[in-house]
Ligand binder design. Structure first.
Ligand code: KIV
Length: 264
């Protein structure tokens, strides 16, 4: 088994897993110092490409961004989301995950559960492709953004789904928008680590979309804590630049190029 995956597994019940998304080298390089897992998420559809949902992200889009992210990563585990439709059969899942792994040299892929694709996960694991599962709100398959696990029946079904994903061989599982009780039930009954997003403290780790927590995306549901307001910082900088260009205050002498000297 890959060393980075062994390290992730060893953290269950010991220390929390820190996970974030990245779509580019510059962000990945910063995250790499502080996180266990960097996910090239198909959330790039909404965040970067302005799509209404994640459905139109292609294999090429994901690969292109993963190649950039990979350049910024040394120590953390790189996981790449498989786009919608790319794992709709065992054959497609194997072919496309192999393309992702080969082209991006990521360590694992993430697959959203449709409550019916356990065999696909199992097939990939048997082919030595590490898989991260994803249950609860799964944007590739569900239209409605809602909390899951309110009733006993829902909790029971979510636990059953998570167990089947574990039995299929996934090394970890994302729990998206689950009630604290559902998250606790699953986390306590699974051997693999659970990674929550909007699913309370009752998970083995947490993940957020980096652009959301940095205050850049404009998407701030209750479960997102804004650790910065990059929108405001960037706007301030751009406004200043605009003013200085118009007033001939930029570039200054030390920004002029003297002969061949490129840097100060
Ligand atoms: O696509 C993504 O960024 C994700 C995370 C929200 C878990 O799947």
């Amino acid at each position: 088994m890959n060393k980075k995956i062994i390290r992730i597994l060893s953290k269950k019940n010991k220390s929390k897993l820190v996970c974030l998304t990245a779509y580019s080298k510059s962000i990945a390089k910063i995250l790499d110092k502080y996180v266990d897992i960097v996910l090239v998420g198909d959330s790039m559809a909404n965040v970067l490409y302005g799509h209404e949902n994640t459905h139109k992200i292609s294999l090429e889009n994901i690969i292109q961004h993963a190649l950039s992210v990979k350049q910024g990563i040394k120590k953390s585990l790189l996981v790449v989301d498989m786009p919608r439709g790319s794992y709709n059969s065992v054959k497609n899942a194997e072919k496309n995950s192999k393309i992702i792994m080969k082209k991006t040299r990521c360590v694992a892929v993430k697959i959203e559960s449709n409550q019916n694709n356990f065999k696909i996960i199992n097939h990939l694991v048997k082919k030595k492709i590490p898989v991260m599962g994803h249950i609860g709100y799964t944007p590739q398959f569900k239209k409605k953004f809602k909390v899951e696990g309110e009733t006993n029946k829902e909790q029971h079904n979510l636990l059953k789904e998570a167990k089947l994903i574990e039995e299929a061989g996934a090394f970890s599982i994302v729990l998206e928008c689950l009630t604290p009780h559902a998250a606790k039930l699953i986390t306590e009954n699974l051997k693999i680590p659970t990674i929550g997003i909007g699913s309370s403290l009752n998970c083995d780790g947490q993940i957020l979309v980096t652009d959301d927590m940095l205050g850049l995306s404009g998407f701030y549901p209750r479960f997102v804590k804004k650790y910065a307001n990059l929108n405001r910082i960037i706007e301030k900088a751009v406004k200043k630049y605009s003013r200085e260009v118009k007033l001939n205050k930029f570039p200054k002498k030390n920004n002029f190029l003297n002969g061949t000297k490129l840097r100060n």
